[in-house]
Design a protein around this ligand. Structure first.
Ligand code: SAH
Length: 206
């Protein structure tokens, strides 16, 4: 996976590659999908949600240029895989998941794997997590037409946020950078994510 899907496609950050070598992806997928855990595609994790393709997880992590002093906010814990990759690079990861079942499953797994630097809560991540703000880095692993305002507010100056922006059928992975309270946006690539459902997210009823 690391050699053929990540390095061959241009992921160069040694810290990111090291994290992928360390975190065992098969532990984060449904038991019946274990044989496909390292495949070049997203996989179902239950509740109608998916764990992203390894390359996209790596690309988003690389874009954030995380250093060991950083606190990171993740919206969309899902299986907890992306949170584990982030936790290998950062000081602390705060992660919010709207499906309570997924949140508690990920929390139990990450605890079992020994991660002491990940905090998970169930709720609407489009509101951010004010208690621990501001964050050095923010990653949103679900799609909406624009970045939720509370997340831009909870991003530290000098901080970076990565998120898929667009409608339900396709989005553009976008890197937002905040300097002196001004946000600039950079397009990374086309992508397809599940919708970010919440007050400042995509308006759908599910
Ligand atoms: N990062 C995950 C994959 C996430 S899939 C992993 O590594 O496995 C996107 C997740 O975002 C889904 O689990 C979905 O339930 C969650 N989600 C959607 N809208 C949300 C919101 N407003 N707040 C928190 N989580 C949300």
């Amino acid at each position: 996976m690391v050699k053929e899907q990540l390095r061959a496609r241009g992921i160069q950050d040694l810290g990111v590659l090291e994290a992928f070598n360390k975190v065992e992806r098969h532990k984060f997928v449904l038991p019946e999908l274990k044989d496909s855990a390292y495949g070049d595609f997203p996989l179902s994790i239950g509740e109608g949600q998916t764990i992203s393709q390894p390359y996209i997880v790596a690309l988003m992590t690389e874009c954030l240029q995380i250093s060991p002093s950083h606190t990171v906010l993740e919206i969309g814990t899902g299986s907890g895989y992306q949170a584990a990759i982030l936790a290998e690079r950062a000081l602390h990861v705060y992660s919010i998941e709207r499906h309570e079942v997924l949140a508690s499953k990920a929390e139990a797994l990450l605890k079992e794997l020994g991660y002491g630097n990940i905090s998970i809560t169930a709720g609407d991540g489009t509101l951010g997590w004010q208690e621990y703000a501001p964050f050095d880095r923010i990653i949103v692993t679900a799609a909406a037409p624009r970045v939720p305002l509370p997340l831009l507010e909870q991003l530290r100056n000098g901080g970076k946020l990565v998120m898929p922006l667009g409608g339900s059928f396709g989005q553009i992975l976008t890197l937002a950078e905040k300097e002196r309270d001004k946000i600039t946006y950079r397009k990374i690539c086309d992508c397809v994510f599940v919708p970010l459902v919440g007050k400042y997210g995509t308006k759908v009823n599910n």
